[in-house]
Design a protein around this ligand. Structure first.
Ligand code: ADP
Ligand code: MG
Length: 682
């Protein structure tokens, strides 16, 4: 389809609406409609509604007091009404002179004596001016691009596309089966619904025609992601044996009993590992649901089978913590556990790298440093990525491609996410992976009480802290991430530290933040774990994964600035032991509506899945998943929350089409997903 149907200046304005192609324009859907298909008699109109009327101008006057006004009275057979224009051109005075017949559309307002319309749309009628046969679309637009012009461009594009048969239906048998209309019929009907349509259903995008577009878009998304999924299943991986004895020994030595959910997820993972195709699984579970142990139990099977395992953590603190926990679990079994991280000295790094290359390390825990080109494993068969959203896709691809065993066997991958992803989202955006969910916490966890304190109650907090520490517990005081300035954040944390340090003469106060050297951070965490430090002032570096069960009180400053999942993650640092825990969220007054909504949600909910769903509602999928930056195509028409039924169908159908190797799959994906060739998923 030639782009030349737009003039250069139109092209620039359309760009602002993210319209680059004719198909984009066809998908620029009306947000609502006006009904100009009928004429209401003036007697029957109701104030507060938008109507179309016709009448003859009985009187037309320009008033200058109290303000300049053009007042026009029109009448039909039934009654009369007043039209008022505050801004008008001389030409309009001429247009609206007595005796002319006009058609008017606008909102009716109740005036003292007469109903009136202010600045209605109007049209001077000629002898033959038929009424439109369709509803009139109202589009999202931008300055300099009028509704009228946009509508004209769209109409022209529809007509030309139909004439040129530019958008044929790739899967006619499927649309028939799903009882959906043809693509161009749907597009035409959505832009210009016929006058007997139920327009409410169009406003809600819940009708036969919208369904076709929604389904089509979801089908494209699923064809793309399920295509990747099936493609990855063709790759080769080392099948891992299951050692029953080892499994039981590990469980016997464990300080707790696995929950049923953990057991189920383990079975998923074991059965993936047995395959000679790579596992590609996302393990979701709320904060504290016990994902680590599950991953480690899978890891020992891999090691026992004679291969290496990599365990990636997003921060050094977390890597350190996993390292000491895993060492505790695995060294008694004779496995060699090592740590590799960015901040190591070059010589220590070299030593670690050599051990990895020579196969002297069985499981390597690391930060981003593990993804570096120089790190080559002897025989990596399994990698675990904790907090997957913090790693780039390219990194994972590099790790995998760099470490094929015998140049052809890929490592199995297990990704873990502590931000529970609502089901609809994981079904759509993550359908290139298998998914397991742990949605219950281990038993015996204490409920965390959340309290919201406004700034003014700051002083009360000191006494609350004092009681807690005297009772033998420990406290986190979290200072917010200040996006604009890391220095400012540091300042807040340092000030808080000084204030608390001065106030609590008998309790040790510690400080930890992102600018510290990792050895310093470690020392502070170590002293906090050992209960030497009672009160830890921290920036959000402690957000993920930190596990100190004796900490039972958390103060979060400027909670109104933080996102829901961050607040949930932070709060998940307490309530890990057997003692009751309290989280106090301090907020500045003058909350924005969204901040209020967030605080209410976090106050009312403790379940991460519920919180995620609310978060998704507040932020939308793009922001929620951080996909805007990642290049994964966002949906334009479909709303996965509302359209989950169509999503299920699209997923099923995509799998069928892929299995039958339908020749039009790529065409369909290309039509719907922008830049899809550039999108990478690992
Ligand atoms: P997350 O899923 O957030 O990564 P972790 O794996 O860090 O959670 O587990 C949180 C805490 O719960 C750890 O101290 C872990 O040892 C403990 N834990 C894990 N599974 C169980 C269980 N079945 N019963 C009791 N405690 C458990
Ligand atoms: Mg974790």
């Amino acid at each position: 389809m030639p782009k030349s149907i737009f003039t250069p200046s139109q092209t620039i304005k359309l760009r602002k609406l993210h319209i680059a192609t004719v198909f984009d324009l066809l998908l620029h859907l009306p947000t609502r409609y006006q009904n100009k298909t009928k004429i209401e008699s003036i007697k029957n109109i109701v104030p507060g509604t938008r109507v179309q009327i016709e009448g003859v101008i009985k009187q037309s006057t320009v008033n200058y007091r109290p303000r300049k006004n053009l007042i026009v009275i029109i009448a039909d057979e039934s009654d009369s009404i007043q039209l008022r224009f505050i801004n008008f051109y001389p030409s309009q005075i001429k247009d609206l002179s007595e005796g002319k017949k006009i058609r008017v559309f606008g909102e009716v307002k109740k005036n003292l004596f007469l109903n009136e319309m202010i600045h209605p749309q109007y049209k001077v009628l000629n002898a033959d001016d038929p009424l439109p046969q369709t509803f009139s679309p109202i589009y999202p637009t931008t300055s300099g691009l009028s509704q009228k012009l946009l509508c004209k461009l769209i109409k022209k594009s529809i007509d030309k596309s139909i004439e040129a048969k530019a958008y044929i239906d790739y899967f006619p048998e499927l649309y028939l089966k799903r009882k959906l209309p043809l693509l161009m019929d749907a597009i035409e009907a959505i832009h210009f619904p016929s006058k007997d349509s139920d327009i409410d259903l169009f406003d809600r995008k819940d009708n036969f025609y919208h369904h076709r577009l929604i389904y089509d878009e979801l089908l494209a998304q699923q064809l793309f992601l399920r295509g990747l999924y099936h493609q990855k299943k063709l790759h080769l991986a080392m099948p891992i044996q299951f050692y029953d004895q080892l499994h039981h020994t590990f469980i016997e030595n464990l300080e707790f009993k696995l929950t049923e959910e953990q057991e189920t997820v383990l079975q998923d993972i074991y059965s993936d590992l047995k395959n000679n195709h790579p596992m590609n699984r996302l393990l979701q579970g709320d904060v504290g649901s016990g994902k680590t142990v599950v991953a480690v139990m899978a890891a020992i099977q891999v090691i026992k089978s004679g291969y290496q395992v990599a365990f990636m953590a997003p921060t050094e603190i977390l890597a350190e913590q996993h390292f000491s926990k895993i060492k505790e679990w695995l060294e008694p079994l004779g496995f060699r556990v090592d740590l590799l991280r960015g901040s190591m000295s070059p010589s220590n790094k070299k030593i670690a790298q050599k051990k990895i290359m020579d196969g002297e390390s069985d499981i390597i825990i690391g930060t981003h440093a593990l993804f570096q080109e120089e790190v080559i494993f002897k025989n990596l068969a399994f990698y675990i990525i904790d907090e997957q959203h913090r790693f780039g896709v390219e990194q994972r691809i590099r790790l995998r491609k760099n470490n094929l065993i015998n140049k052809k066997f890929e490592a199995h991958q297990l990704m873990m996410s502590a931000t529970p992803i609502p089901r609809t989202l994981s079904m759509s955006y993550f359908s290139d992976m298998d998914i397991s969910v742990i949605n219950k916490l281990p038993p015996g966890r204490q409920i965390i009480t959340t309290k919201l304190f406004s700034e003014e109650r700051r002083k009360d907090i000191l006494e609350i802290i004092n009681k807690e520490v005297i009772g033998g517990s420990q406290v986190y005081w979290v200072c917010p991430l200040i996006e604009e300035s890391e220095t400012l954040q540091l300042e807040t944390a340092e000030n808080t530290y000084m204030v608390l340090n001065k106030y609590f003469k008998h309790h040790e106060v510690g400080l930890i933040h992102g600018r510290m050297k990792s050895s310093e951070k470690e020392m502070v965490m170590e002293r906090f774990k050992n209960k030497e430090i009672k009160i830890l002032v921290a920036t959000t570096v402690i957000e993920v994964g930190v596990d100190v069960p004796n900490a039972t009180l958390m103060i979060i400053e400027n909670a109104e600035r933080m996102g829901l999942s961050q607040l949930h993650q932070l709060r998940g640092r307490i309530g890990r032991g057997t003692k009751k825990s309290v989280c106090i969220m301090l907020y500045q007054k003058k909350l924005s509506i969204i901040a209020k909504q967030r605080l209410r949600t976090i106050y009312e909910n403790i379940d991460g899945f519920k919180i995620s769903e609310e978060d998704l509602k507040i932020r939308g999928p793009g922001e929620f998943l951080g996909l805007k930056q990642s290049g994964v195509p966002m949906l334009r028409v479909a709303d996965i929350q509302k359209d989950s039924a169509l999503l299920e169908l699209a997923k099923q159908d995509a799998d069928h089409l892929i299995k039958s190797k339908h020749p039009s799959i790529n065409l369909h994906v290309e039509r719907w997903l922008r830049n899809y060739q550039e999108i990478i998923r690992a």
